[in-house]
Design a protein around this ligand. Structure first.
Ligand SMILES: [Ca+2]
Length: 161
């Protein structure tokens, strides 16, 4: 079965909708991720990045970069500064499922109710640590055991044993 080449009937604007890895340029880019789990390197320039679906890794590179979130206000999202310097953003995706964007070198996040600076995001709140349970003390030296009597519970074996 042979396949004929398809004719180009129209030319649409180029939109990055098929690649899971998306690289920007050194200009100020508008980068729109797709429904896949994208890895975005925005590179230089003051970039705006929109990644409303999937779980995405986003590196803003140089410049003043903005993650744009139209899917809610800041309080709808859980923002955590992780130990490795990245910031985790958990919240509603475009299809209202919970998704994650993990950003580095992205200086700010634009929500529907305003901008949150990455520098103002705190580490995740850890649950309170339970104090360690003191180990049971059975005695400090062998002397303390010399005069102790241990009463074992009586065991009733079946008569035919
Ligand atoms: Ca950049």
């Amino acid at each position: 079965m042979s396949r004929k080449n398809a004719c180009i009937t129209s030319i649409e604007p180029m939109i990055l909708m098929a690649a899971t890895a998306i690289d920007g340029s050194d200009a100020a880019d508008w980068i729109s991720a797709d429904e896949n789990d994208n890895t975005i390197n925005a590179l230089g320039g003051d970039d705006s990045i929109y990644a409303p679906l999937g779980n995405n890794l986003i590196d803003g590179g140089a410049g003043l970069d903005t993650l744009v979130i139209y899917e809610g206000v800041a309080d709808d999202f859980q923002l955590s500064a992780l130990a490795d310097g990245s910031i985790q953003i958990l919240g509603p995706s475009l299809n209202r499922e919970t998704h994650e964007n993990l950003i580095t070198n992205v200086e700010q996040i634009l929500f529907n109710d305003g901008i949150v600076k990455a520098d103002d995001i705190q580490p995740p709140v850890e649950p309170p640590v339970e104090p360690p349970v003191e180990p049971l003390q059975f005695g400090r030296s062998d002397d303390e055991f010399e005069h102790q009597t241990i009463n074992l519970p009586q065991t009733h074996w079946p008569a035919n044993c």
